[in-house]
Design a protein around this ligand. Structure first.
Ligand code: HEC
Ligand code: HEC
Ligand code: HEC
Length: 461
């Protein structure tokens, strides 16, 4: 079945690759230069580039666990094989030290390297193509003034035919629309700024929009949610599962701080995104929030009423924690575990992020599957390095599979009005036996966390 799909995909790509040859296939090499001196770059341009690199999460993919910043070598799993990020420090031999600015701008705009070879869209140039020349110049200045690190990434682990970069000409013909960004003049300047950043450098859709079998985002399921690295990425469109509807203010706060009192903490691969956004000027984050809130749309009266009811329940429960026990609907083992192991922190009496969210407010219990709760319960929330942060103990080795399934079923019934999850047992088993590898990211702090790449720790042993 899988092989068949690959073959069909391959056939499509070959036909398109041939068709697209003229327009996409051939790019000439751009001559190398002697690495420019760091002093030749304007300081304000470099500072601007630092903010843009944070918005673009360049550090997250271009730093291997325990490796030097931007020196590459992180393996990015795709359905086709593993692709390693490259060294984008100014090292002349293994990095981009000999790349002229024009080659860098072309790589961002067209997804081609200095020598003219197609790059895999694991490098999200389908978004970065929208970045303006001016912003690309600032990014180039920032990267070329980092410390040069000599480090060559491992070879990609892509089976034939996916190791043929030529095929990417076909992919580009099908799915790639070249930028730069064109503003929508019917909207406000802030909306356009937000649209430019969200679709371009921030590439939110790379995780929040589901992909087709050739790895391209499904434009007709924009921000509809997906699963990335065994974390469930929630929808951030009209189908947002958040009990209290998101709005521009709460989004701004969450994106900058990594948590919100009505929504809890950002976890998994969202944690480095909010850590990076915590380091950039507020107006840019607010612009992103304004645009995303617009995509979500105005919540219906009914949804607002449900959010208010959830908040009222939470207030009642935090005033008198015993109410939780009295109003419990479930019974048996799941309830017993929740009341003894979880309730003490999740009764809403201690505020987020040091206290746990009252789960009546959690998107996780309303999500299409239990994966994120499984991940958080088994692996906990590791503390951020050297700063206050949300912490939750890991229950791996404490709970059996049956107990975890019972706990999850109870939480779904107790805190959500959605039907029971269908695949909880399979997910619990696959996660506990390591078949589903879950990368764990340290939490960013309570305020502005440094955009620190060691947040990404290796998958647990
Ligand atoms: C989601 C992961 C991801 C993010 C985020 C990312 N990159 Fe990359 N990047 C990659 C991968 C993977 C490659 C290698 C692609 C290939 O081999 O075809 C790459 C390649 C590149 C290259 C080509 C280098 C070469 O030697 O061929 C440049 C330049 C680059 N990235 C710059 C950036 C910049 C600047 C940012 C931030 C604005 C960024 N990348 C963010 C994954 C990422
Ligand atoms: C690398 C993947 C990735 C990228 C890029 C990403 N997200 Fe997320 N996002 C996630 C994951 C995973 C979650 C679920 C996290 C959790 O359970 O706390 C999430 C959760 C969220 C939530 C919380 C939703 C809820 O109802 O609780 C919001 C809001 C959000 N993301 C917005 C954004 C925006 C805006 C961007 C772009 C600036 C973005 N994300 C980029 C992976 C990503
Ligand atoms: C020592 C305190 C503590 C204990 C005990 C604890 N948690 Fe947490 N938990 C937290 C904190 C702090 C957070 C981060 C804030 C937040 O998002 O709720 C968190 C987050 C979570 C989240 C994410 C909520 C969201 O949507 O943002 C879930 C789900 C969760 N915990 C489930 C559990 C379960 C299940 C148990 C019992 C097996 C448990 N927790 C026990 C402190 C705790």
């Amino acid at each position: 079945m899988r092989a068949m799909r690959f073959l069909t995909g391959l056939a499509i790509l070959l036909v398109l690759g041939a068709g697209a040859f003229v327009s996409y296939a051939w790019h000439s090499a751009i001559d190398p230069i002697d690495p420019p001196s760091q002093a030749s770059f304007d300081r304000t341009l470099v500072a601007r580039g630092a903010d843009l690199a944070a918005i673009g999460n360049c550090n997250v993919c271009h730093t291997a666990p325990g490796g030097q910043p931007f020196a590459g070598g992180l393996g990015i799993p795709t359905p086709f094989g593993t692709i390693y990020s490259t060294n984008i420090t100014p090292d002349p031999e293994t990095g981009i030290g000999r790349w002229p600015e024009a080659a860098f701008i072309r790589s961002m705009r067209k997804g081609v390297d200095r020598e003219g070879r197609h790059l895999y869209p694991a490098f999200p140039y389908d978004h970065y193509t929208l970045v303006s020349d001016e912003d690309n110049r600032a990014l180039y200045a920032f990267l070329m003034t980092r410390s040069a690190v000599s480090a060559a990434p491992p070879e990609n682990e892509l089976p034939f035919p996916f190791n043929m970069r030529m095929l990417l000409a076909g992919w580009k013909a099908l799915y790639f629309r070249e930028g730069p960004y064109q503003p929508d003049t019917s909207k406000t300047a802030e909306w356009n700024r937000g649209h430019y950043l969200t679709e371009g450098l921030s590439h939110c859709g790379a995780c929040h929009t589901p992909r087709n079998r050739l790895g391209a985002e499904k434009k007709d399921e924009y921000f509809a949610g997906a699963e990335v690295e065994n974390w469930t990425v929630y929808p951030i469109n009209a189908n947002s599962p958040a009990p209290i509807p998101w709005e521009a203010d709460s989004l701004t706060f969450y994106l900058r701080h990594g948590w919100h009192e009505h929504h809890g903490a950002s976890r998994g691969s969202m944690a480095p995104v909010t850590a990076n956004l915590g380091s950039i000027p507020e107006p840019d984050v607010r612009a992103i929030a304004t645009y995303v809130a617009d995509v979500m749309g105005r919540p219906s009266q009914e949804r607002i009423a449900r959010g208010e009811a959830a908040l009222a329940t939470v207030r009642k429960e935090s005033a008198s924690p015993l109410a939780l026990r009295a109003s419990s609907t479930g019974s048996g083992i799941g309830e017993a575990i929740f009341l003894s192991a979880c309730q003490g922190c999740h009764d809403g009496r201690r505020s987020v992020p040091f206290g746990g969210l009252n789960l009546h407010l959690s998107s996780a219990v309303n999500a299409p599957n239990a994966q994120n709760i499984i991940n958080v319960t088994l692996f906990g929330l590791p503390a951020a390095k050297g700063e206050p942060s949300a912490i939750m103990p890991a229950y791996r080795g404490v709970l059996s599979q049956d107990q975890l399934v019972a706990l999850l079923d109870y939480m779904r019934e107790r805190f959500s009005d959605q039907p029971a999850w269908a695949d909880t047992r399979e997910r619990v088993a696959a996660t506990m036996n390591g078949e589903r590898e879950v990368p764990i990211y340290r939490m960013d702090g309570t305020t502005q966390a440094p955009p620190e790449t060691s947040m990404r720790t290796a998958p647990w042993p």
